[in-house]
Design a protein around this ligand. Sequence first.
Ligand SMILES: CCCCCCCCCCCCCCCCCCCCCCCCCC(=O)SCCNC(=O)CCNC(=O)[C@H](O)C(C)(C)COP(=O)(O)OP(=O)(O)OC[C@H]1O[C@@H](n2cnc3c(N)ncnc32)[C@H](O)[C@@H]1OP(=O)(O)O
Ligand SMILES: NC(=O)C1=CN([C@@H]2O[C@H](COP(=O)(O)OP(=O)(O)OC[C@H]3O[C@@H](n4cnc5c(N)ncnc54)[C@H](OP(=O)(O)O)[C@@H]3O)[C@@H](O)[C@H]2O)C=CC1
Length: 515
Amino acid sequence: MSMIAAFYGGKSILITGATGFLGKVLMEKLFRTSPDLKVIYILVRPKAGQTLQQRVFQILNSKLFEKVKEVCPNVHEKIRAIYADLNQSDFAISKEDMQELLSCTNIIFHCAATVRFDDSLRHAVQLNVTATQQLLLMASQMPKLEAFIHISTAFSNCNLKHIDEVIYPCPVEPKKIIDSLEWLDDSIIDEITPKLIGDRPNTYTYTKALGEMVVQQESGNLNIAIIRPSIVGATWQEPFPGWVDNLNGPSGLIIAAGKGFLRSIKATPMAVADLIPVDTVVNLTLAVGWYTAVHRPKSTLIYHCTSGNLNPCNWGKMGFTILASFEKIPYERAFRRPNADFTSNKFMIQYWNAVSHHAPAIIYDFYLRLTGRKPRMTKLMNRLLRTVSMLEYFVNRSWEWSTDNTEMLMSELSPEDQRVFNFDVRQLNWLEYIENYVLGVKKYLLKEDMAGIPEARQHLKRLRNIHYLFNTALFLIVWRLLIARSQMARNVWFFIVSFCYKFLSYFRASSTLKA
Ligand SMILES: CCCCCCCCCCCCCCCCCCCCCCCCCC(=O)SCCNC(=O)CCNC(=O)[C@H](O)C(C)(C)COP(=O)(O)OP(=O)(O)OC[C@H]1O[C@@H](n2cnc3c(N)ncnc32)[C@H](O)[C@@H]1OP(=O)(O)O
Ligand SMILES: NC(=O)C1=CN([C@@H]2O[C@H](COP(=O)(O)OP(=O)(O)OC[C@H]3O[C@@H](n4cnc5c(N)ncnc54)[C@H](OP(=O)(O)O)[C@@H]3O)[C@@H](O)[C@H]2O)C=CC1
């Protein structure tokens, strides 16, 4: 019997960010392994015209939850969606709901965050710092609370090269930042943002670091742990391989490369690609929840959930494997044949952007205009290149994260728990994982049918022929122009033609002799 699964039995669990990528997998695993848990409270806001109930219904009826329904048929009754907006004071939770949360919650998993790299400092602080502070305040009023697990990111200290499982202070106190954002106007905030974030690349990593400081400062008597995952990718094993449902991290770029939009990225092939499957993060999170509640460590422990030091894979190998997977698993209606490359030279990247990104987009838009349709490729390409530029920071550097606490926890688990809540990334086979990832993106993100693979292959063949035809035509046009304008080109042309003629005459003569 798994001790961790048994621990969650009969518990009331509060999850923030349960509608997000990590939150959904966390809920799924909890229901599947501890179907006798009492209730999962999720803080949800209405979104995209959907009510809370519609959002929950959609999650529970998704492919991800298919296995859950077998082991926990009354899952609908065990999930309680509470209206909440983490941007508002007291999260805009009603008095009755708040009372229930305060009196019943046993464990908190705080996953909600803004993960956008381009968010304004005001919004990122509101969600990643102030909301964390408010949740800690709520937690301090929960008499039955056994553990508070805060999800941070391994990149919260990406300004350092070697990162230990400790909280590093930021120069300006989070409280001072929160206070000053209350009265500063947006234009001033925009002006001071680069100074505040310093050598971090964006407001996301900076505010996640501030969030950790808040956790440390406001922890009081709570049993707290912090988990720092690196780049969270599709599921490795559970509930099935390759599940992913958003464009964050590498997923969006896998689509862009598979559909032939993305042809080159400024990346360092030897830099470590520190990807971590989402189910590994969830297994560690649940193990940490159990350990924190049962063993009550004296101080707040931080757990790095990374792959680089135990089972490294670099961007070169990852990019190559992704491209190779498109041969087996082509995506439908590709714009061009998938063929991308990494380059570290900034002039080459400018060249490839012009030739492989902007030029085809302009030509395609011209074609759309000619055929009476609305041009859209240039806009799409600009958006893609903006996204790529935001991710570049992370594909051109390597970090070393120490994993002592994570390894300690692994050794504390029973063999059964090590199997059911496996977070030993050494067992991960990257080739298999990446292939499943590419397949998962096709199935669950693009929602393409596997039956369409032969047609997708045919389409790629047609694109290859168009590509050859286009290159030949381009070559002939350029050559024709050159011959018309340059004596040297004419001489070269004369030399090639006479060489071919001589070769053909010789070939014909020797075959006549043999006959
Ligand atoms: C040898 C050589 C071989 C060579 C081979 C070469 C081969 C090459 C092969 C290629 C392989 C590639 C490998 C390299 C990978 C590198 C990855 C590095 C990752 C590093 C991550 C670092 C992690 C840090 C870890 C963390 O801790 S953080 C977590 C990660 N955080 C992020 O990853 C957020 C980033 N993103 C944004 O920050 C915003 O996305 C922003 C970018 C500002 C844009 O922003 P914007 O332009 O506004 O665009 P959006 O609005 O966002 O979206 C635009 C459209 O997509 C839609 N859409 C957005 N969302 C979603 C969603 N959910 N679900 C569904 N749809 C969505 C939205 O509806 C909109 O559609 P529409 O409305 O236009 O129709
Ligand atoms: N994905 C990754 O690569 C990594 C993620 N992390 C961390 O993991 C955690 C989860 O990330 P992930 O699941 O990928 O992110 P998602 O963007 O998929 O999910 C974010 C969640 O936060 C919720 N949320 C955001 N704003 C509010 C709000 N104002 N009120 C209520 N809920 C809100 C979202 O709700 P809604 O659905 O309504 O928008 C959603 O459920 C985050 O803390 C992130 O920093 C760490 C490392 C890497």
